[in-house]
Design a protein around this ligand. Structure first.
Ligand code: ADP
Length: 269
């Protein structure tokens, strides 16, 4: 018997339920994240924005299993493909090994998973090719620019084929022009792979350009303040930024974010 899927809603890929984080502090404890709940659909690109210190990175690290959860629960649903890592993380700092070539850097995660040399190098070459870095395969990180290094970090994460890709300000350290080039690159790669992504950024432009949804968090303690569905057509290119619709989304998010930023400045010690 086949069940009708009409009206059925697929189970979310990521579920966060009433998640809180308390850090020890000089005067006892500090509530960094308060009762934060979130569902991310399979194949969704979710962007999170919020004032500095609102707990975005904390939440991402908890999703990645790098930080303990004080209360609540996080679940990442596995697909039926065996052996996939649950997540890969891309941080602002280029996390690539200076002593390895670009090819070996991209292949590193696969090596850790015990994938044979031939297959992992093939996969790494494929990804280098997809971002135009094939001819630099034998280069070392010190021989390439910051933008190229971050491209390598991103494809290294993707080459791992994780269930979800977690990105914390991945383009934050780049100059404005390089950033735009990588935004375009990210858009293109994501449109092709449709990975489930949680993406933290300070840039509203980036959030609206890339995201299917943008979640706005409140100043500390981080709570979920607003959700914006970004209904811009896909596939998107950087040109989407020149549309009225884009400007409207940006303005609507900024309207709320600016109030939170002011509030965060008032409560800052
Ligand atoms: P965001 O990424 O939104 O800027 P973070 O998640 O980095 O915010 O930080 C949220 C709050 O938790 C901040 O007040 C920060 O100082 C505090 N914090 C972050 N990490 C730690 C830690 N390891 N120990 C104590 N406090 C922390």
């Amino acid at each position: 018997m086949t069940m009708s899927t009409v009206g059925a809603v697929a189970a979310p890929k990521i579920t966060a339920r009433n998640v809180s984080k308390i850090y020890p502090s000089v005067d006892g404890s500090m509530l960094a994240l308060d009762d934060f709940s979130l569902d991310v659909a399979d194949g969704e690109f979710l962007a999170i924005v919020g004032p500095s210190g609102c707990g975005k990175s904390t939440f991402l690290r908890m999703l990645a299993g790098l930080e303990e959860i004080s209360a609540g629960a996080i679940d990442i649903r596995r697909s039926d493909v065996p052996g996939k890592p649950l997540n890969s993380v891309v941080f602002q700092e280029y996390a690539i090994f200076p002593w390895k070539t670009l090819l070996d850097n991209v292949a590193f995660g696969l090596e850790m998973r015990g994938i044979g040399r031939k297959e992992r190098l093939e996969t790494a070459r494929y990804w280098l090719d997809r971002v135009g870095l094939s001819k630099f395969a034998g280069y070392y990180p010190h021989q390439i620019s910051g933008g190229m290094k971050q491209r390598v970090s991103i494809i290294r994460a993707l080459a791992n084929d994780p269930e979800v890709l977690l990105m914390d300000e991945p383009l934050g350290a780049l100059d404005a022009q390089t950033r735009v080039v990588l935004q375009e690159e990210l858009l293109r790669i994501w449109e092709e792979t449709r990975k489930t992504v949680v993406y933290i950024t300070h840039s509203l432009d980036e959030a609206v350009l890339l995201g299917d949804r943008v979640i706005l968090m409140s100043a500390q303690p981080g709570r979920r303040l607003a959700t914006f569905d970004i209904d811009l057509p896909r596939p998107r290119t950087i040109d989407a930024m020149n549309t009225t619709r884009f400007a409207e989304y940006r303005a609507a998010i900024w309207d709320q974010l600016s109030r939170e930023v002011s509030r965060a400045m008032e409560i800052a010690p």
